[in-house]
Write a protein that binds this ligand. Structure first.
Ligand code: KG4
Ligand code: ZN
Length: 332
């Protein structure tokens, strides 16, 4: 059973072919980073237009690499939300048109659920139930995942998502877009003893997060202490240290509350080295197993979409019946 997966929710066109028996056959990503770089962030209309340009050639390339013909496909899976409405519509229209021609289902999947399932593509996958920490550019959530499709949100951000905070602080520090990985790189040169940022929300009960205060703290620090290279690196270090501590503290609390023994960490920020080190350390202390996707599947990609769609397809989910509907905001 062969599935074609399509991801167009934001600024990456992702395509993958997944086979139930052989696993992932091929996957490719076309990143729009250079297109948006001069604007310092994603320009939605440019993103949609670029998906239109890149999607078909990318599908042809990936199908060729996987040595798969259109007639071999059992279903087409696409991200239906959350994301940028115009960008989502490109993938949804493409998938539904192909499904109409091939007379196979077009299955809509939730982008955040696909992130959560990404570690299942690894050789040593997790098993339900687990605690999921979803950390991306638009979401920061702690989720109790009891079974496939059964998720309860235990906590989430009250303001900025952690990836968004990384990107905004990176902008303050005059780093190029996309800021998160650039800030992490700069933080390596930071002096750990120079600044200490607060750990937001840790003195409050519950499992919610807040990151906008850290962003303001970084801005005030930058204004007060100047923007020489060392100060920028010191601010990057202090911000990253505080943001990742806040995530780890709440994870530990969620584990105490649920007694779960596995943590799945996914979404763009799960690529962050400092976060991984801190979570691995906590895992050792608490005898927990921590699972991540491989680095290239932390950020947006077609492979996680194909995999999530395959799970829904075998679970009996029906296709979207030519209804091209997308959900810019969509709770999983
Ligand atoms: O999952 P993703 O690719 O897209 C969304 O679904 O939002 O996540 C993108 C986010 C961006 O905010 C980006 O700056 C952040 O993930 N990110 C990182 C790192 N790599 C990506 N943040 C911190 N450290 C990283 N290494
Ligand atoms: Zn994402």
């Amino acid at each position: 059973m062969i599935i074609l997966g399509i991801e167009t929710s934001c600024d990456e066109t992702g395509v993958a072919v997944y086979d139930a028996k052989r696993g992932l056959l091929a996957h490719k990503l076309y990143s729009q980073v250079t297109l948006h770089a001069e604007f310092g962030g994603v320009v939605p209309e440019l993103a949609s237009r670029d998906h239109v340009r890149k999607l078909l050639p990318l599908v042809k390339e990936v199908m060729g690499e996987a040595r798969v013909e259109l007639q071999d496909l059992a279903a087409i899976v696409y991200t239906a939300g959350p994301g940028l409405v115009g960008a989502l519509l490109v993938g949804a229209a493409f998938a539904n048109a192909l499904s109409f021609v091939l007379k196979i289902p077009a299955i809509a999947v939730n982008h955040m659920e696909a992130h959560l399932l990404a570690p299942f593509l690894e050789p040593d996958p997790p098993d339900f139930p687990f605690l999921a920490l979803l950390v991306s550019g638009g979401h920061t959530q702690l989720i109790e995942a009891t079974a496939f499709g059964k998720y309860q949100i235990l906590g989430e951000t009250l303001d900025d998502a952690v990836g968004e905070a990384f990107d905004k602080v990176a902008k303050i520090l005059k780093l190029p877009y996309p800021g998160g990985p650039e800030l992490a790189k700069l933080a390596k040169k930071g002096n750990p003893k120079r600044f200490c940022f607060p750990r937001p929300m840790v003195n409050r009960k519950g499992l919610n997060f807040s990151f906008s205060g850290l962003k303001t703290f970084a801005l005030n620090c930058f204004r007060e202490f100047g923007d020489d290279d060392q100060t920028r690196a010191d601010i990057a270090y202090a911000f990253q240290d505080a943001a990742t501590d806040s995530l780890v503290i709440k994870c530990r609390r969620a584990i105490e509350q649920t007694n779960l023994t596995q943590i799945v960490v996914a979404g763009g920020v799960s690529a962050n080295e400092t976060l991984r080190q801190k979570l691995d350390h906590m895992g050792k202390e608490e005898s927990l197993k921590v699972y991540y996707p491989r680095l290239e599947f932390c950020t947006d990609n077609g492979a996680m979409i194909a995999y999530a769609g395959w799970r829904y397809f075998v679970a009996g989910k029906k296709g979207s019946d030519m209804e091209i509907k997308v959900y810019p905001r969509w709770e999983m």
